[in-house]
Design a protein around this ligand. Structure first.
Ligand SMILES: Cc1cc2nc3c(=O)[nH]c(=O)nc-3n(C[C@H](O)[C@H](O)[C@H](O)COP(=O)(O)OP(=O)(O)OC[C@H]3O[C@@H](n4cnc5c(N)ncnc54)[C@H](O)[C@@H]3O)c2cc1C
Length: 430
């Protein structure tokens, strides 16, 4: 099964030159292109596969402040405002709704974690509250689960990944941005020590600035230029049910399931307590930077060693501008779905809310998450290569902040005052 995503037509040929080249047409690259086009800055987005084809169409569509690191909340608040304005800004629906997000705690440890988070953000006035079992039963009726408590933020929300990126790209195009799909950027070009262009599989484009928004590919791209961005891949499997009568519009995250209502009336469900971690060479090279995360989150990972390791090696780590790059070899990263984990999620959810026993699976997919050692992205200029900015490493929660992250990246590229203080996202912290 594959993922439903609106495909849009873009131009086939590259212009000779532009001001800004954006590498990668996910939510972050497309949001940056929209912001730059609105400032009348010439911009070309180059996507190796199709727009939104990787993480940005495979995510759950949650737009949350809840459980974010306190330093990441200003970006999420800025994104809330941008999502709310998006339909008017782009003249099109993106499925945005402020329908609330709730996390459930089954153990005292989980409850303490939720209480700790609430305390960490108490000065920010997010409207988040702790819930009792009775509150949970009222918000999400028909449940049989026994919960120590819950954490609820009514101003959190959702948008539809299957339509958001294409709709935003169409609007950016109407405002002058150029998009080219099925075209991998192989290398950066520099002249007199700064960015002067990029070489793609379809030829070169001259430009003054490059913004890299390559998702899980950014580490490999930068590595070829001698820059080590620490991100490791994890695989998350997801399913969507056919339209059904469910218990709530609120997106709910339990310890071993999560669900949120899709715009068509179905539910998007995942096993929130497990992610596949097929070992790659990068796990061996930079795994030591993740020891703190591993200590606290080892139980979340299904670590395996197998063909992913060898496929990853075969892709190569160094290439020249005149040779086929890894990005052309994998147009769209479409990892195998772990149907076992999806079934677990559905079983666990049905035990908690029996109405899901009637759920019928409409589609299933998996996506790769690019995780940094502190689970926050890098949105920064790269000092080693003047003219290069990156916005990447969103660690499994960059769809919600995408519009603001793209705008922040556009601010850095165009020397505008930044939408929020960018210091939590500086590259030098690694
Ligand atoms: C299963 C799953 C569930 C998730 N759930 C949520 C959620 O509920 N809420 C949330 O906020 N976040 C969620 N996320 C995370 C979120 O989807 C990502 O953080 C976000 O989409 C990242 O956007 P991006 O633009 O950085 O990357 P991507 O969407 O991956 O886009 C990067 C693009 O760059 C292209 N590219 C890379 N290298 C090159 C090159 N050299 N040349 C040309 N093109 C290139 C790729 O083809 C790709 O299309 C989830 C992720 C997954 C996988």
């Amino acid at each position: 099964m594959t993922i439903t995503l609106e495909r849009i037509a873009t131009q086939d040929t590259l212009p000779d030159s532009t001001s800004v080249v954006i590498i990668g047409g996910g939510i972050v690259g497309v949001s940056a292109a929209l912001a730059l086009a609105e400032r009348n800055i010439p911009v070309v987005v180059i996507e190796k596969g199709h727009l939104g084809g990787e993480q940005s169409s495979r995510n759950l569509g949650w737009i949350r402040k809840t459980s974010r690191h306190v330093d990441d909340v200003p970006l999420a608040l800025a994104a809330d405002r941008l999502w709310a304005q998006m339909p008017e800004r782009i003249g099109s629906d993106v499925g945005y709704k402020q329908s609330g997000i709730m996390f459930l705690s089954q153990t005292d440890e989980q409850l303490a974690m939720h209480e700790g988070w609430l305390k960490s953000v108490e000065s920010l006035d997010l409207g988040s509250t702790l819930l009792s079992q009775k509150d949970i039963d009222q918000h999400v009726p028909g449940g049989q689960g026994q919960w120590k408590g819950g954490l609820y933020t009514p101003t959190d929300g959702k948008a539809e990944p299957s339509i958001a990126v294409p709709a935003m790209a169409k609007a950016a195009m109407a405002k002058g941005a150029v998009f080219v799909q099925n075209c991998a950027v192989r290398t950066l070009q520099t002249s007199a020590g700064r960015i002067s262009g990029v070489v793609t599989e379809k030829g070169e484009i001259l430009c003054d600035q490059v913004l890299l928004t390559g998702g899980a590919w950014s580490r490999r791209f930068l590595g070829n230029h001698g820059i080590s961005l620490p991100t490791l891949p994890l695989v998350c499997s997801v399913l969507r049910t056919k339209p059904m009568d469910g218990p709530t519009d609120i997106a709910v995250g339990g310890p071993d399931f999560s669900f949120r209502k899709h715009q068509d009336g179905g539910y998007i469900i995942t096993q929130r307590g497990k992610l596949d971690a097929p070992v790659t060479l990068d796990h061996l090279l930079i795994g030591s930077k993740y020891l703190d995360q591993l200590r606290t989150q080892r139980s979340f990972l299904k670590i395996s060693f197998g063909c992913t390791f060898f496929k990853d090696i075969a892709l190569g780590r160094h290439w020249k501008s005149d040779s086929v790059s890894p990005f052309e070899k994998v147009r769209v990263n479409n990892p195998d779905v772990n149907h076992g984990l999806n079934q677990d999620a559905l079983n666990n959810l049905s035990n908690a809310w029996p109405v899901f026993e009637k759920a019928e699976i409409e589609e299933a997919w998996a996506g790769i998450i690019d995780v940094t050692p502190d689970s926050n992205p890098v949105i920064d200029r790269i000092a080693e290569i003047p003219g290069l900015t990156v916005a990447t490493g969103f660690s499994g929660h960059g769809f919600g902040t995408g519009p603001a992250a793209g705008q922040l990246a556009a601010d850095l590229v165009s020397n505008e005052s930044p939408i929020i203080d960018p210091s939590p996202y500086r590259f030098s912290r690694f």
